[in-house]
Write a protein that binds this ligand. Sequence first.
Ligand code: ZN
Ligand code: ZN
Ligand code: FE
Length: 765
Amino acid sequence: MEQRARISVRGVVQGVGFRPFVYRLAREHGLRGWVRNTSGSVEIEAEGDADEVRAFLEAFPSQVPPRARVDTLETSFAPVAGYEGFVIRESHRQEGAYQLVSPDIATCADCVREILSPEDRRAGYPFTNCTNCGPRFTIIEDIPYDRPKTTMAPFTMCPQCAAEYGDPLDRRFHAQPNACPACGPTLELTDVDGNTLPTDDPLHAAADRLREGQVLAVKGLGGFHLVCDATDETAVRTLRRRKRRPAKPFAVMMTDLAMIERHAEVGNAERDLLSAPQAPIVLLRWREDSTVAPSVAPGSRDLGVMLPYTPLHHLLLRDVDRPLVMTSANVSGEPLVAGRDEALRKLPKIADAFLFHNRAIHIRCDDSVCRVDGEATQVVRRARGYAPSPIDLPFSTRPILACGAELRNTFCLTRDAHAFLSPHIGDMENEETLDHYEAMIAHYEALFRIEPEVVACDLHPEYTATKVARALAEAEGLPCVAVQHHHAHVASCLAEHGVHGPVIGVAFDGTGYGTDGAIWGGEFLIADLARFERVGHFQYLPMAGGEAAIRKPYRMALGALHTLFEGPIDLTDLSLRSVDPVEARLIADQIDRGLNAPLTSSAGRLFDAVSALIGIRGEIDYDAQAAIELEANAWMAPSESGRYPYTVTRDSGLWVIQWQELFAAVLADLRARTAASAIARRFHNTLAAMTASVCRQIAAERGIRSVVLTGGVFGNRLLSGLVAAALHEEGLDVLTHGEVPGNDGGISLGQAVVAHFETQETKGV
Ligand code: ZN
Ligand code: ZN
Ligand code: FE
């Protein structure tokens, strides 16, 4: 008996070799019919012997291609239509329908083998790819995903490539970016004015220059990198000087795992993560005997390392045969540079030469940054390899645009049970980033066919993203929901794990606007996806000079001492004594008169104050530097188990953690010439014990056993480890971030889910 199955598949099913897979499977079972992409799904009709149809359907789920993800598969049956053979049909476009888009995928082992085989026709070809790897998100202009809707459209396949593309048994069957040296994109090496430099082998010439210590701008997958020899201290310093980036760590690309292991400690989970198709930058423990130049990551115990993820990178790294600094090419604070003209306009004072290619980047995408905590991966910056894969929600939402926070901005668009978290946009501090942000929102809305019905933003009225949200809501007549910053942090962690709460939310970060107008950031909340209640916080300390106190942590330290103790503090022997007495008096005056000295419960600022007080870092060059160096010091005293005293008071039901005793004890340690590393460690131990103790009391009073740890401060691996261990000891469950950043990069997801519940009549998941 014969039968026809009609199948509709949704999920990540385009650009990942799905149709070829269906084609081969159907032929294996002797079925007739067709498969095609639509804007919303992959549709299949397969007919033939009823047993074979059943076998086909049964084999389906277990045999889908490795990079595909099937969310739903609907099957119905119909009488035989009388098809002849099995074919791949033209894509079909449906109004309003949408589909998931594959992220860019690191070059697969088969393609690496080809480019390194001298006999292969793709030997040394930097744009080699197949259905299992290569550019996707960054080259897609619209769906359905077909070559004419990508930036590969201008390249016409040569007969050999066309034959591969058309051969169902070939690895490149319907690989949209398929290319070879005869027909695909090419490289060009130019001077800073864009004049082509004469060479037969631009890649080899670029490698020569890198070995000589030059800085190159290299066009990659989602933008340009600034590249130099990471083992050449002079080259790295030159790059720092030209980029005006004195201290913020650079990422390094290394040829293979063997090279990485010579420079950093690599555990099993880290090895897997480095080699994953996402190929993120992984923060690794930097080995003492590494020859990577110290100025690659000054003052840091970690080194951010990635493996080559495009053929161009593989070839370049093998040629240079040294670790290379690969840092996003941008002018300080602006978005990643992605176009040729833009690069020549913005980077000539930074780079000595340019390595261009002529495959356009439609969407800029930075490298992702991850770290491994125990066995779990935490994404610190979510971009290439992850975006635009959605976060799956445990409920269906209306279309919402959540605009995100000020620093490390991302936005989030929801549709059905999908939350499309944008790739890392950056700090919203200039016109260029704002333009990029608005263009990216427009691209996402178009790509995923989303028309927001609700806009969500931070409670902070002065955030750029808040202003964008309010203007948009007003122009479109949409409700605008302002979500408290730390509630959004907690909700983002809950949403990622599909948990509704309530939980105890511990949100430790740098800055977040509070409902009382103060700057929050050392918060204990009871929260679920719909609402929150503040149940505890760190004592308020003054930020003398506002923003100046963030850039100059010694202002936090002096401000804390001035607030916590009566009368002047004897600063003899303390590093704080070097602060200009005039400025010190000004700080005291600002605090006493309450002039430009906003109050903050921020954990980040507490770390800053302690870091400056013990002489580790009084002024910063990049966000969180003082805290990062405090952590690095604390790691140097692994056996130190001491803690400092603190007091917890109860003020109208609110737990407040008071720091006077802690500062007094740190001062006593300093006078006793205790090592900075021991003080730093004791401070970490104290925060862990305090957090566990406060959570235990909240848990006992409220009957809630689950704790969410969120906020940028938990990027501190020592702190997060100590806190989680202390909470486990109290018998509490701990939930931490995974694929969604715990820093402000995850805020937009939290805003979206809270806005969903705020604007929904019937609550509940
Ligand atoms: Zn491949
Ligand atoms: Zn070709
Ligand atoms: Fe935050």
